[in-house]
Structures are given as structure tokens and as C-alpha cells.
Design a protein. Structure first.
Length: 248
């Protein structure tokens, strides 16, 4: 199996791409780089079994309906809903609300700068679909929306601090902890890049999460949530220990 992870940003310079090859009892990081273009991502996704992308894959249904009504000049009054309640409903997707109840803090694709990155993600998904790859924003296709900090927390690994600029020590400690839990993962010469760049490190975590998704070890949307997740996207958070991702 081949899994890939993408730490997507608005510009290629801050975009990380990791590719892991899986064999019985062993996994090897065969590619890790920054400066990744849309073409690079599509090319890798043509060969990968699963691609984890750290970026929202859609916008909230309620937000799109609100914007459409506003553009048409027929915005309804909110009735008994307060301004704060309205803004929260418009800002977050169903998957965001599920994760926030679980103690995570995903960014709002409707009200945060992550929306600019999501525009890039939307174009990448269109290119993948045009190339014949099955694209399903709920995670059922080749692409899975992932959240590296949530994956790390679920696996009992350090999930704070390492994103801060210049905090190489926190990244080094995370790499050491990861290697302790997954000695079967061969980073090759890429450990230094993981320590130097949180974008690269998040790409590796995204590729590991893609493996969990491919094995069916992430919580999918519930029955009534599936149709909405196919429009809004759904963050797949792994269950179980990261050490179990390799199979004998």
C-alpha cells in the first residue's frame, strides 16, 4: 500500500508532501518535500491508495445558503437566534462541531484564513476527479480530510507547541516520541526535515492518518451525516494505537 500526506497551504512553498510505502512489518517514508505544486499532489494521488489532506474540503451548508440568499437580496431575518448563535452556525461544519465537542479546535473555513487554502484544495479535488480518481469529501474515496494535531493526540503523542516558528526542540521531541511508538517506520534521511519544518512533519502525520483511514480505523460520518459530509467534508480522526498501523 502507498499512502500520502499533504500539509496544504495557500502557496507551494509552505506545502509539505509525504509518501509512505507499506509492507508487512515495515513502512518506509519514500518521499518528503516542501515546495509542492498542485500538479505534484495530483501526480502522487494517481498512484496512492489513500491521500490525507490537512485542509477543509468544503464549506458549511448553512454558510453557503446564507451567502447565496444575501447575494440574491432575500436574506431572511433570524428570528429567535442571537447574533453569536447565527455566526457559530454559519462558521462551522458538522464535522467541526463534532470535534469541538470532543475537545479539539478546528479552524473555521468560512471565517478564517484557512478558507484561502480550501480554495486551493477545491481545485485539486476537481483535477483529481477529472483524472478519474474517486473523490468523496466524506473520506470514502482516495482523499481523506485529516487533522494532524487530533491524530497525534489520539495516539498519545505531543500535539502542542511543535507548530510554533522556531520551536525545533518541540519537533525533535515529537520525532523521538513517534520513533519510539513506531520503530517499524523508516524515516531515512528525512528526520532532520521533520525537525526543521512543521509543514513536513504534519505531512508525515497526514500520511500515517491516511493509512488508518485506508484500514477503516477512523470514525466515518454517521448515516444521517453522510450526505452532508460529502458536501462539507469530514475530518477523519484515527482510533487505536499508531503502532498497529503496520501489519505482519
Amino acid at each position: 500500500m502507498i499512502t500520502a500526506g499533504v500539509d496544504l497551504a495557500t502557496q507551494p512553498a509552505k506545502t509539505g508532501l509525504a509518501v509512505i510505502q507499506w509492507r508487512p512489518g515495515h513502512a518506509q517514508l519514500i518521499q518528503l518535500r516542501l515546495g509542492v505544486s498542485d500538479e505534484d499532489i495530483v501526480e502522487v494521488a494517481q498512484e496512492a491508495d489513500k491521500v490525507g489532506i490537512d485542509c477543509p474540503l468544503g464549506w458549511p451548508d448553512d454558510f453557503l445558503a446564507f451567502i447565496g440568499a444575501h447575494a440574491a437580496g432575500r436574506l431572511p431575518l433570524t428570528g429567535g437566534e442571537s447574533g453569536d448563535e447565527l455566526r457559530r452556525r454559519l462558521a462551522y461544519r458538522q464535522t467541526d462541531r463534532v470535534l469541538r465537542r470532543a475537545g479539539y479546535a478546528p479552524l473555521s473555513v468560512a471565517a478564517d484564513r484557512i478558507g484561502l487554502t480550501a480554495m486551493r484544495a477545491a481545485l485539486i479535488l476537481e483535477r483529481l476527479a477529472a483524472a478519474g480518481r474517486p473523490v468523496d469529501r466524506s473520506g470514502a474515496g482516495v482523499v481523506a480530510e485529516v487533522y494532524p494535531a487530533a491524530s497525534l493526540k489520539q495516539w498519545g503523542l505531543p500535539h502542542r507547541q511543535y507548530k510554533r516558528e522556531g520551536n525545533r526542540q518541540a519537533r525533535r521531541e515529537l520525532v523521538v516520541a513517534l520513533r519510539r511508538q513506531v520503530p517499524w517506520l523508516d524515516l531515512g534521511a528525512n528526520a532532520a526535515l521533520c525537525e526543521n519544518s512543521d509543514d513536513a512533519l504534519d505531512a508525515v502525520v497526514a500520511a500515517l492518518t491516511a493509512r488508518a483511514a485506508a484500514l477503516g480505523r477512523c470514525e466515518p460520518p454517521g448515516g444521517q451525516e453522510t450526505a452532508r459530509a460529502r458536501r462539507e467534508g469530514w475530518i477523519l480522526v484515527p482510533g487505536g494505537a499508531v503502532s498497529t498501523l503496520v501489519e505482519d
